[in-house]
Ligand binder design. Structure first.
Ligand code: ADP
Length: 238
């Protein structure tokens, strides 16, 4: 893991246009952004403002139309499909609103799917303990609550020790109490592994737990601010 504060992402003039038949949508219209190692960043903004498109491009899941996106010394906007796949596998952990666990596998086995193909993974048990699921390792997804399933998904994402953790509405399907447990797991993982963490949310209250808050509007970053103090997830309510 890099020293805290080392630049991790450098994004300049990022644009993305989707074309569906005759229709063009400009999802990103020149995004400039930087992130440093270990930062916890919350991304807010109305639906359709480009947040997911941005996260998908910097996570190597989608390609930009123009502009530059660097992850350390990798120019993401000039990579082949194969290189982007390697980038995602070696450096990025994703967490989405829906957990996508394999229903026929236990929590431990779901995490092991990843640790078996990663280069220097943590043990599945260690990843599950980090998110507070040491007592639930042999449960199947159907035997776990939504919040617990999301924490298994976080354990799966962090077990390969990613440099960056990209989370798209990780609490979107959860009530506030279980959502807060999920945010606690993310904050703990960020503090203990040093993974640079970006969290997209509709929920402005969650911004209080971040180092920095980025506001998307209409395909650009309209403003951003740094929190003088970070709240604990348990201090946040919605
Ligand atoms: P947000 O995450 O802020 O809700 P998105 O990045 O999902 O915003 O979407 C930005 C814009 O791009 C929206 O107008 C959306 O409809 C459009 N868009 C997103 N993905 C696609 C796609 N695969 N094809 C066409 N349009 C898309």
């Amino acid at each position: 893991m890099d020293q805290p504060g080392t630049p991790v992402f450098r994004i300049r003039g990022l644009c993305k246009t989707y074309r569906t038949g005759e229709v063009e949508v400009q999802a990103l219209r020149g995004v400039d952004f930087q992130a440093r190692a270990g930062e916890f960043i919350v991304i807010l903004g109305p639906s359709g403002s480009g947040k997911s498109t941005f996260l998908n491009i910097i996570g190597g899941l989608d390609s930009a139309t123009s502009g530059e996106a660097w992850f350390k010394d990798h120019a993401l906007t000039q990579q082949t499909e194969a290189a982007l796949t390697r980038y995602r596998r070696d450096h990025v952990g994703f967490i989405f609103q829906f957990y996508n666990l394999v229903p026929s596998l236990t929590a431990r086995e779901n995490v092991k799917l990843v640790t078996e193909i990663a280069r220097e993974p943590m043990k599945a048990e260690e990843a599950l303990a980090l998110v507070g699921l040491e007592g639930r390792m042999d449960h199947f997804p159907a035997q776990l609550s939504g919040g617990e399933q999301q924490r298994v998904a976080i354990a799966r994402a962090i077990a390969k020790r990613p440099d960056v953790l990209l989370c798209d509405e990780p609490t979107g399907a959860l009530d506030s109490k279980t959502g807060i447990r999920v945010l606690e797991a993310l904050a703990k993982v960020n503090a203990e592994t040093g993974a640079t963490t970006l969290v997209i949310t509709h929920n402005a209250a969650i911004a209080a737990i971040a180092d920095r808050v980025v506001h998307f509007a209409n395909g650009t970053i309209a403003s951003e601010e740094r929190n003088a103090e970070r709240k604990q997830p348990a201090e946040v309510s919605w």
